[in-house]
Design a protein around this ligand. Structure first.
Ligand code: SAH
Length: 347
């Protein structure tokens, strides 16, 4: 396919209206087409049965209709979590996860092919970043999972491979399309975006005053330690991150989530807990402790259950909201980027 094709699933309603008018048809057709794309989740223009054959042919010659192909689906025998390996139109592979909770179904999506942030414990970044995902490719992970599983998706977390703030404009467009009432109509409150802490983008996102949950991957309570785990710590200090987070809370009225992956003997000590308490005390936030999911390429080990519980108790005693993230899909390469990596390695 030629590169000049319009990515129709990434267009806003207004842009779609302009396109349809340009193609010589009535503006209201855009609403119908939008519904076919974002509600009925079709993968072919010929499925749009209330659209004339003539317009469908024009659309086929002008547009690319992004539809991901499931290369592999793995279902966990432990907890029913499903992991999807999708192939993009250019042959790249990405992964997404469906998690079933009591409070509804959550889908975790990728925002880039690979990642260039280099976090030590993460499999997504081992082979670097290949390219950004388009808004349509982010959306279609959710659409295909809904079709393939037959389950309604209630919550979306942008916590798969990639750094969403490194693909900021496409992320914003994705959010608006996801919120649209003529689409899946998933509200901003049911969306969480996780970042390793690109400070200028935290301020920029705040200005949009969206009601999404921001999750900040902290993982260490001081810069020295954070630098050994996350290269981005060489660019932005924890002090700068905390100021940006306070601004985000003030501007949006939303509570922030801090993610803290516990690594044995690295960041799970009582001194670390104390430093973390000093950092976030009095802040409108929540701390998510994630027992690190070890990857074979790195020597990081998961903290002992006792250290994890001690760490949690210390935070709680200081009045901090904290949960330990339940590990899901451990038997199916559940952690970020593991499935894609093991699949590519095998080939
Ligand atoms: N780039 C974004 C989003 C992707 S990662 C970010 O950094 O936030 C989603 C979360 O999983 C991040 O907190 C990330 O640090 C964490 N993570 C990645 N690999 C992990 C692993 N092997 N074990 C535990 N947490 C991991």
């Amino acid at each position: 396919m030629s590169e000049t094709l319009v990515d129709i699933k990434s267009l806003s309603m207004g842009e779609l209206e302009n396109l349809i008018v340009e193609l010589g048809d009535k503006k209201f057709r855009a609403g119908q087409i939008y519904q076919w794309l974002h509600q009925k989740l079709v993968t072919d223009f010929d499925e749009m049965t209330n659209i004339s054959k003539e317009l469908r042919e024009k659309l086929k010659s002008k547009c690319r209709l992004v539809a991901l192909r499931a290369e592999k689906v793995q279902v966990s025998k432990i907890d029913g979590t499903s992991k999807f390996l999708f192939e993009l139109h250019d042959g790249n592979l990405i992964e997404s996860v469906l998690m079933k909770y009591h409070h509804g179904n959550s889908v975790c999506i990728s925002s880039q092919v690979g990642c260039r942030m280099g976090c030590r414990f993460c499999a997504s970044t081992l082979d670097g970043m290949v390219r950004n995902l388009t808004p349509s490719e982010m959306l279609d992970q959710i659409y295909r999972i809904q079709v393939l599983s037959g389950e309604r998706v209630d919550n979306v977390v942008v916590m798969g491979s990639g750094e969403p703030f490194d693909n900021f404009d496409n992320l914003l467009r994705f959010i608006h399309l996801l919120n649209n009432e003529k689409g899946l109509n998933i509200s901003a409150r049911n969306l969480t975006v996780s970042t390793c802490g690109l400070v200028p983008k935290i301020y920029e996102l705040a200005e949009h005053k969206l009601q999404i949950t921001l999750a900040l991957s902290l993982h260490a309570p001081n810069d020295e330690l954070r630098k050994t785990m996350m290269p981005i710590a060489n660019k932005y200090s924890i002090k700068e991150i905390m100021s940006a987070c306070r601004d985000y809370i003030d501007t949006t009225g939303r509570r922030i989530s801090f993610e803290y992956s516990l690594v044995k003997g690295v960041n799970d000590t009582s001194e670390c807990a104390k430093q973390l308490i000093d950092l976030v005390k009095g802040m409108n936030c929540h701390i998510n402790l994630i027992p690190v999911n070890p990857i074979k390429e790195r020597d990081y080990e998961q903290s002992e259950t006792k250290s994890i519980n001690d760490f949690k108790n210390k935070l709680e005693k200081n009045g901090i909201n904290v949960t330990i993230r339940r590990e899901m899909g451990r038997d199916i390469d559940g952690a970020c980027g593991q499935l894609r990596k093991s699949y590519l390695d095998k080939q």
